[in-house]
Design a protein around this ligand. Structure first.
Ligand code: SF4
Ligand code: SF4
Length: 506
């Protein structure tokens, strides 16, 4: 989705030349992944009291502002840093086969520049690794409240009423400052239902002020009112994810526990499209709607949606009570293949199933070249860019993403249960940068070599690695195999031979 670091790759793809990407990556690695560059980049992470930014961000700003006043107004160290950054970018652009101006143009987008800063910070802190670890999460999904206006049976949050220990609005605003200072690129507000929080508009505005890309994940109930939708757009929201469970309004309403929920969600999509927001429709695929997905893609495309996201069902929260609706590995495989084929220029079909990258890799062709990532899907005209998939690396839990609970507790991804074993820390009680750098659970999630069973030796391990949340929810082990994959059918059969799966799909 808002994985700006990856837009660098998209930019590169627009060059018509067919450069050897393996070589390019190696060249870029040799520029930035050597002791001197790393030392300089580490120094760049220091906060500059005069310029009120870390030197890396300020140096990048000066570099992009060349010829204007910022250079004169900035301190000497930040000015020197801008020269080093200019050198790295020049060399990087050469090695990726794009012109420096093209790259500079792309960087005029603040979020893109923020993503790049995070990439450089990641290199300084962790080196050029496969999979890549940025200097701060590209995206935080922040469940700001447990309160919700619907009663969904598959809710991962077990949402309903506001919790007694939820952070106050002041604390949330302070938390956003912490995330911005650390270099987070994007914050997606979720819940519960984020639109029922009385100060959601303030949070969106603060995100924008701090240079982070704001997004929300909503059931659409509130945004079905055009005036409310306009207010969100005016606050600076231009990415919205709206959940629709299927084509049949009755099934959706039953699943969501409130009559009329489907129509409101569709209305919300229409309103957001009118407000020119980037709109993603999200559908959790289960046995209930498996047979509707193809037609649903046509339906949401007709509404003017930009992305159709097929969510992997994960048996956590209330979803744990309906795990017999999980689709089998064969059905998931077919679903992902069909989704890949149904992709078009008008609307991209993505999936949170990391196996999508594996499927795409096996089906990639000249007309249909892309690396599907969890939340962002750059399209490439140059298949060599597929090599970047190893760096992007499938499941991004604890590496590209973190989630925050209403009380400030941090987990690797929203789909992990709220258990101490998988809790990373707390936004207000712990040092966020220290957690990102040194937390043992995160280090484990970033190391694909220690995955067990087939996920550990799989040839697609680097581009996929399995959904760690599914593995944990089924086996209580973050390194266990993801039983949703055709390579792990044995594990799937073990689970469902003890607990027969309900089958409604053909
Ligand atoms: S075995 Fe694991 S790593 Fe390999 S494709 Fe399946 S889920 Fe992905
Ligand atoms: S655990 Fe990984 S693959 Fe699964 S939902 Fe979270 S980020 Fe995605």
């Amino acid at each position: 989705m808002m994985d700006d670091g990856l837009k660098a790759a998209e930019c590169c793809s627009k060059n018509s030349a067919q450069p050897d990407l393996g070589n390019m990556i190696q060249t870029f690695e040799s520029i930035v992944d050597n002791p001197m560059s790393k030392l300089l980049l580490q120094k760049a992470l220091n906060y500059c009291e005069k310029d009120k930014k870390n030197r890396l961000e300020q140096g990048l700003k000066i570099y992009l502002d060349k010829g204007n006043n910022l250079e004169k107004e900035s301190c000497l160290k930040c000015r020197l840093m801008s020269r080093f950054i200019g050198f790295v970018i020049k060399k990087g652009s050469e090695s990726f086969g794009v012109s420096e101006d093209e790259l500079k143009n792309q960087m005029q987008d603040d979020y893109w520049a923020k993503g790049l800063t995070s990439v450089l910070k990641g290199i300084a802190q962790f080196g050029v690794k496969k999979p890549f670890i940025p200097g701060a999460p590209f995206q935080i999904v922040w469940n700001i409240t447990h309160a919700c206006n619907l009663k969904c049976v598959h809710c991962y949050e077990n949402a309903g009423k506001k919790d007694v220990d939820e952070l106050s609005s002041e604390e949330i605003l302070g938390g956003l400052d912490i995330l911005a200072k650390s270099g987070v690129t994007s914050v997606a507000f979720s819940g519960g239902e984020p639109t029922v929080h009385p100060n959601i508009l303030k949070f969106i505005e603060r995100c924008k002020e701090l240079g982070m890309f704001p997004a929300i994940a909503t059931n659409g109930y509130a945004l079905s009112n055009p005036k409310t939708c306009k207010k969100f757009a005016e606050a600076g929201l231009n990415f919205v994810q709206i959940s629709i469970d299927g084509l049949n309004p009755k099934t959706h309403d039953k699943f969501r526990g409130v009559d009329g929920a489907w129509s409101k969600a569709v209305k919300a999509v229409e309103n957001c499209v009118k407000e020119d927001m980037f709109v993603e429709v999200a559908t959790t695929v289960t046995e209930h709607n498996y047979n509707e997905i193809h037609d649903m893609a046509d339906f949401v495309k007709g509404l003017g949606v930009d992305w159709f996201m097929l969510y992997n069902f994960i048996p956590t929260g209330k979803g744990n009570e309906i795990k017999n609706l999980d689709i089998s590995p064969e059905k998931r495989y077919k679903l992902l293949k069909d989704a890949y084929n149904d992709n078009s220029d008008d609307m991209q079909i993505l999936s949170t199933a990391p196996q999508y990258a594996r499927v795409a890799e096996s089906m990639v062709s000249k007309d249909h070249a892309m690396i599907p990532t969890h939340f962002y899907n750059p399209e490439y005209s140059n298949p060599a860019v597929m090599q970047l998939a190893d760096f992007i690396g499938g499941c991004g839990a604890g590496r590209f993403y973190l989630s925050i609970e209403p009380n400030g507790d941090i987990y690797p991804c929203v789909f992990f249960p709220h258990e101490d074993e998988v809790k990373v820390g707390n936004l207000l009680e712990d040092d966020f940068d220290d957690l990102w750098k040194n937390n043992e659970l995160l280090a484990k999630l970033r190391n694909k070599e220690i995955l067990s069973e087939h996920c550990g030796k799989c040839e697609s391990r680097d581009v996929c690695g399995g959904c760690r949340a599914r593995a944990y929810n089924y086996f209580h082990d973050i390194l266990a195999p993801d039983p949703g994959c055709i390579n792990n059918e044995e594990e799937w059969n073990k689970i469902f031979s003890a607990e027969p799966q309900k089958s409604t799909a053909k």
